[in-house]
Design a protein around this ligand. Structure first.
Ligand SMILES: NC(=O)c1ccc[n+]([C@@H]2O[C@H](COP(=O)([O-])OP(=O)(O)OC[C@H]3O[C@@H](n4cnc5c(N)ncnc54)[C@H](O)[C@@H]3O)[C@@H](O)[C@H]2O)c1
Length: 338
């Protein structure tokens, strides 16, 4: 087996920065050998850091580049076409979420991955987010007792990170497949699934406070898990200053675990011995999830390791998003897996 994974970065935008930093920090066995972006200047920036060859399309890179795997970090409407093309060329694929904006698109990607027989991983970084992983350990150890409920709040002030371009693809329903639920929402849903199991049904209301975005920028939802537990899921992006709010709370019979509402992170535990709370984990944060994510991908390709979460797992977040959209219209509880 080769000892180095030659990787092409497809899309050198916002999230590519985190992927590349994760590689540099933690995965010396990945060699970025191709950087691809429609916008040549963006690709050149990444090339200057990596020594990779620059391309402005996947076609061109497949014809002329040398790489074993593609890390697809593109607007959602391009995921299916590029994943199918990469699999047809025999490449391993790491794909940013959502797999595709529709279940039919996901089924075609999964079929292509199976046919190619290469590694296919969905880049759901929450699976590797240090605070989320630590909370999972605490729950599994029984330190919170029996889990009563949880709350996830994806609250984000509208800023340049999300909307750098003049006409960002995220504004457009047809490109993004929805609003903040199908986009960043997945990183708040995966933790709930890791901690509480699968969601059976949900009820949701959506709104559009961010006028420039076609998709929803407000969600208030209630999830009922197969276990019978319920959890709240909020998502909000507004151009207003907002006060602090934890990103997650998990309440059990022995106490409550609170994950700080910032990209910095950190966990505090409140229990009978520590009514004012004690620090369970110093801030690690969102950015620290990308190194282990890329490492898992490299190990799957180079060492044959089983992925921490197979690609089908990501269908769960898409199904939740689609059920939220159905519920917002029907005003009824909607089944997630029906
Ligand atoms: N894991 C996370 O926390 C997280 C955060 C943000 C975004 N994402 C995901 O990453 C993906 C990209 O989002 P982003 O925020 O980086 O977007 P972005 O707009 O910042 O970057 C996308 C890049 O793709 C390039 N591009 C567009 N069409 C192309 C084409 N046909 N060929 C080559 N390049 C093309 C653009 O020029 C741009 O540089 C999405 O799937 C998004 O949901 C994940």
């Amino acid at each position: 087996m080769p000892d180095t994974l030659r990787l092409a970065l497809l899309g050198c935008g916002a999230i590519a920065r985190y992927h590349l930093d994760g590689i540099k920090e933690r995965v010396p066995r990945i060699q970025v050998s191709a950087v691809i972006d429609l916008d040549r200047a963006k690709a050149e920036k990444f090339a200057a850091e990596t020594g990779a060859k620059v391309f402005t399309s996947l076609d061109q890179a497949i014809d002329q580049g040398e790489f074993d795997a593609v890390d697809i970090m593109l607007p959602h409407d391009l995921h299916e076409r590029c994943a199918l093309q990469a699999f047809a060329a025999g490449k391993h694929v790491l794909l940013e979420k959502p797999m595709a904006p529709t279940l039919e698109g996901c089924a075609r990607i999964l079929a292509a991955a199976k046919k190619a027989g290469t590694v296919f991983m969905m880049a759901e970084n929450a699976q590797y987010w240090p605070e989320i992983v630590k909370a999972q350990e605490v729950i599994q150890n029984g330190d919170l007792g029996e889990i009563i409920t949880a709350r996830a709040a994806f609250v984000c002030e509208f800023d340049e990170y999300w909307f750098k371009e003049k006409k960002p693809w995220r504004y457009e329903q047809s490109r993004a497949g929805g609003g903040i639920t199908i986009d960043g929402g997945s990183h708040w849903m995966r933790p709930l699934r890791m901690w509480l199991g699968e969601i059976d049904e949900l009820v949701a209301v959506t709104g559009h406070p961010l006028k420039q975005m076609e998709g929803e920028s407000l969600v208030r939802a209630l999830f009922r898990f197969q276990s019978g537990a319920v959890a709240g899921f909020d998502a909000l992006m507004v151009a207003t200053a907002m006060g602090p709010e934890p990103w997650w709370r998990i309440t059990g019979t022995k106490g409550e675990l609170v994950i700080d509402g910032s990209f910095g992170g950190g966990i505090r535990l409140y229990d009978a011995q520590h009514r004012q709370g004690r620090t369970l984990m110093e801030p690690q944060g969102y950015a620290k999830s990308f190194g282990p994510e890329l490492e898992d991908f490299a190990r799957a390709v180079l060492d044959g390791k089983t992925l921490d979460a197979g690609p089908e797992q990501a269908l769960g977040e898409l199904r939740i998003a689609l059920a939220i959209y159905r519920s917002a219209t029907s005003r009824q509880w909607e089944k997630v897996w029906a």
